[in-house]
Design a protein. Structure first.
Length: 190
């Protein structure tokens, strides 16, 4: 059976520390300057990110240390959405369906740390075995859905730790999904 070609970046699926991955989400600022133009600098849900020299989130390039994966975004205007308990709410009050931040837009990103989680991702290669590696390549996405369209291909950014056990996932066919762990994790600005 053929797999559906539905690339949506990296999705957290399992925590490695016993807590649910949803409890590991951390808020980071996203600057409205300093990111690459176009897709390469847009923050999507499922984007792989690291920190710039100012401590702001930016899309990570292949072979760079990875801070984590974006699971939520909010615009600068959502600063007014801080509750009395000072917890950030990830949304854009002017456009509730928007799920990405363009390179010229600042705000906040909810990031799941790469060192504490495993992620599901689609592969452009067929038949990846447990222990094989892959690279996530250049940041890309869909501004309509707000989802990253990154898949893994040849390279060594991630290691496959298990096959995605969904009944509709044929790992011998194209566009299969795998559970992966990032190989180079880092908290230092690059």
């Amino acid at each position: 059976m053929a797999n559906v070609d539905r690339a949506n970046g990296f999705r957290p699926v399992k925590s490695l520390i016993g807590a649910p991955w949803t409890s590991l989400v951390r808020a980071y600022p996203v600057s409205d300057t300093g990111r690459a133009a176009g897709d390469a600098g847009t923050i999507y849900i499922g984007s792989v990110v690291n920190l710039d020299s100012n401590g702001d989130i930016k899309p990570a390039a292949t072979t760079e240390a990875v801070l984590g994966v974006v699971v939520a975004v909010g615009s600068d205007s959502s600063e007014t959405a801080l509750n009395t308990d000072n917890t950030m709410r990830y949304f854009n009050p002017d456009n509730l369906s928007k799920r990405h931040l363009l390179p010229t837009e600042g705000g906040y990103a909810g990031v799941v740390p790469a060192d504490d989680c495993l992620f599901s991702v689609q592969s452009s290669e067929t038949g990846k075995a447990i222990g094989s590696t892959g690279a996530f390549g250049t940041n890309s996405g869909n501004t309509t859905s707000g989802n990253s369209t990154v898949v893994i291909g040849a390279g060594a950014d991630v290691t496959v730790v298990e096959q995605d056990a969904r009944p509709d996932n044929d790992t011998t066919a194209a566009n299969a999904r795998y559970i992966v762990k990032f190989n180079t994790v880092g908290y230092n600005a690059v």
